[in-house]
Design a protein around this ligand. Structure first.
Ligand code: ADP
Length: 394
């Protein structure tokens, strides 16, 4: 292969890029944060020097600067062989990754009303790499695509069907690349094929979602029309009574204020009044800070309820899988959550759990547990790089 695979992940105010070789070994990564703000900054991982970004730099400027910095450091020579982009919303159009052409770009634009904070910056990322590397094939990998196998009973809301028909109001689900990776990794650990493996995958990071995967296919998931539905998250509320919107409107709040409240000021942050960071919450709770303990309790209880609910979509469960910053690192969250599920027959091995499965190929369940429980580090970049590589070969 004549160059590395470049992976581009544009978040609402951040940009992450990574380079992989043809064996899918990561060669380098770089990030830019606080884009659009005066204190925007960039860095190459494991390099001391920061990448200079102008105040208020946008995604395009940041991408140009990070690519230039990778070149200056000798980490990127020539052109990439292929470029993989994370795209948040693929609506019902994309069931798998797509080679980017004019039609695909138009379809991503069409989905922007469903993800107004994300799809436009994803498009900016694609435009920026197209300008830098016009000859290089580019692939879009969608967060929603893996969930396109949901049956109607799982994706329909009980509202008039014209909302679905006219405006696409349905549950789409997100974190698809991570859940898909979990299905594949769990199958490998269990010595099975993905097509015969059924798991419940809990991705617990700043955003949190849980997915039931039956024989390799997503059949239920906790995020919905937007990534706000479902589990308690860092600053997002997850499920609330839809009547809350009306209630807050009657209190004089605008829809923008409600959006801000539920997306940025709720979740672990809203409940604790302190932080959205689970590690800090655990420390605060240890020192007797009650609101932090309450935030952890609500988080774990909601998660346990969802795990129970996901059982309705499966007729076998090969493993419950934890991933994401919290899922991979918080033995306390895993233990407390499974403590709510004793009736199902889950038990946990405290020693394996305290090592986060690292000494046991992911395993943390107790010897008497009815179900396997695994901790598997996620790697969404790798999935995107793999798709980009496959499109080169395919
Ligand atoms: P993102 O969704 O932004 O990629 P991550 O997957 O990195 O986020 O997850 C971030 C979350 O993981 C934070 O709440 C952080 O506190 C939590 N986390 C990371 N390490 C630990 C740890 N050792 N114990 C508890 N929580 C942790």
């Amino acid at each position: 292969m004549e160059g590395p695979i470049l992976v581009v992940n544009c978040g609402s105010s951040s940009l992450k890029i990574a380079l992989f070789d043809e064996r899918l070994t990561k060669l380098a990564s770089a990030l830019a944060e606080r884009l659009g703000k005066d204190d925007a900054f960039g860095a190459i991982k494991d390099h001391k020097d920061h990448v200079e970004l102008a105040a208020g730099a946008d995604h395009k400027e940041a991408l140009n600067s990070l690519v230039a910095a990778l070149r200056d450091s000798g980490l990127l020579e020539g052109q990439p062989a292929a470029i993989g982009h994370r795209v948040v919303h693929g609506g019902e159009t994309f069931r798998e990754a797509a080679l980017i052409n004019r039609d695909v770009l138009a379809a991503i634009k069409d989905c922007a009303s469903l993800a107004p904070l994300h799809n436009p910056v994803n498009l900016t990322g694609i435009e920026a790499t197209t300008a830098l590397f016009p000859e290089v094939p580019q692939i879009a990998v969608f967060d929603t695509a893996f969930h396109q196998t949901l049956p109607p009973r799982a994706y329909l809301y009980a509202v008039p069907t014209r909302l679905y028909k006219d405006w696409g109001v349905r549950r789409y689900g997100f974190h698809g690349t991570s859940h898909q990776f979990m299905a594949r990794e769990a199958a490998r650990i269990l010595g099975k094929t993905p097509a015969t493996t059924s798991i419940i995958s809990a991705h617990l990071g700043n955003g949190c979602s849980i997915t039931a995967i039956r024989d390799g296919n997503s059949v239920d998931t906790s995020m919905g029309l937007t990534p706000l539905e479902g589990l308690v998250m860092g600053t997002r509320s997850g499920d609330v009574d839809p009547g809350l919107f009306d209630f807050l409107a009657n209190k004089g709040m605008s829809s923008q204020e409600v959006h801000q409240l539920l997306n940025k000021e709720s979740g672990l942050f809203g409940l604790s009044g302190q932080t959205n960071d689970m590690r800090s919450l655990c420390e605060l709770a240890n020192h007797g800070h009650e609101p932090s303990q309450t935030a952890i309790d609500v988080f774990c209880f909601r998660l346990a309820r969802y795990i129970g609910g996901m059982m309705a979509s499966l007729d076998q469960l090969d493993a419950l899988v934890f991933t994401g910053g919290i899922g991979e690192n918080s033995s306390l969250v895993r233990k407390q959550t499974l403590g709510h599920l004793r009736l199902f027959g889950f038990t946990i091995d405290d020693q394996l759990n305290s090592h986060h499965g690292s000494i046991s190929d992911g395993q943390i369940e107790g010897a008497d547990s009815r179900f396997r429980v695994l901790v598997i580090p996620t790697n969404e970049e790798l999935v995107i790089a793999r798709e980009a590589l496959a499109s080169r070969k395919g």
